[in-house]
Design a protein around this ligand. Structure first.
Ligand code: SAM
Length: 275
């Protein structure tokens, strides 16, 4: 919480975010009030909608808002998209207020507010994680977030997550900014490839950095090619030069220690990678 001035100074927008007091508890949180690790400032409505839209939240999702404040992100995910949503909020009064807000919004059946610490509570079941914390807190969460189930979507108001480059940057009103990531499957290491036209066998040795990688692609008996590729959740894509020197792009799905897919130029070709 020592960083509250910093948090405000780095561009937190306070417009359009006054919190209604709860009709039954009478509690009224105060803008920028102290929280355990970061102050309370609600995400502005325009950016909140962009966050949920960019994450493509649907009624199938389980959305976790880490540091839920008055519950507005969880409530909107439930109200607008029919998602189940969980907010984790350390301040018990604020958590009660968020629960009451969920009741008032008619989504108490879909929204759960946990009174707890985001560094202690388990959010591994989330399909979407929303953040409005500080760079230092996002950095601390980085390893946990990166190790979530591949395909989990993460959106953050204002701040990035350590060295993890976002898949997308988006904007709300008044210069507000958000970032989006998809947790990539883990493909680092050595894979055997079969089914590549023109090559009996090939291998690919991948060095992965978050959703990006470079790799040595080695057709049997031929010189290796240094190539680059990408993960979008469980979808792996890379390009290589075929036996005629033409660029071929492979795209497939990673499931555990296997990936299977096709060539963009010829979807009838089935290529498999295995560890
Ligand atoms: C900047 S506000 C964001 C509120 C909400 N997510 C939103 O975007 O409108 C951060 C919230 O995190 C809460 N908080 C701070 N440290 C926390 C921690 N370690 N665990 C859970 N909540 C925490 C604060 O009380 C505050 O309500």
């Amino acid at each position: 919480m020592k960083n509250l001035a910093l948090g405000i100074a780095i561009g937190i927008y306070l417009t359009g975010c006054a919190a209604p007091s709860s009709p039954t508890t009478g509690y009224q949180p105060v803008m920028a009030q102290q929280g355990k690790d970061v102050i309370w400032v609600p995400t502005p409505d325009s950016l909140l909608i962009k966050m949920l839209e960019t994450a493509q939240v649907t009624s199938k999702d389980l959305v976790y808002d880490l540091g839920a404040g008055d519950g507005k992100i969880a409530i909107e995910a439930a109200r607008r998209y029919g998602a189940r949503a969980v907010g984790i909020e350390f301040d018990p009064q604020m958590a009660d207020h968020a629960r009451q807000n969920a009741k008032n919004a008619g989504v108490a059946d879909k929204v759960t507010i946990i009174t707890g610490d985001i560094f202690v509570e388990d959010f591994s079941q989330a399909t979407v994680v929303t953040l409005y914390l500080l760079p230092s807190l996002n950095g601390k969460l980085h390893p946990t977030l990166l190790n979530m189930k591949p395909g989990t979507r993460i959106v953050s108001n204002t701040f990035t997550i350590g060295s993890w480059s976002p898949d997308k940057t988006f904007y709300g009103d008044s210069g507000t900014v958000g970032y989006f990531w998809v947790v990539p499957a883990k493909v680092n290491g050595f894979w055997r490839l079969s089914g590549i036209p023109g090559f009996d066998q090939a291998t690919i040795s991948i060095v992965q950095k978050s959703q990006e990688f470079h790799a040595d692609f080695t057709p049997q008996g031929k010189a290796f090619q240094r190539i680059e590729g990408r993960l979008n959740g469980t979808t792996i894509t890379f390009s290589y030069a075929d036996a005629q020197g033409a660029v071929q792009t492979f795209s497939g799905e990673v499931v555990g220690d296997r990936f299977t897919g096709t060539l963009k130029g010829d979807p009838s070709v089935q290529i498999t990678g295995s560890r």
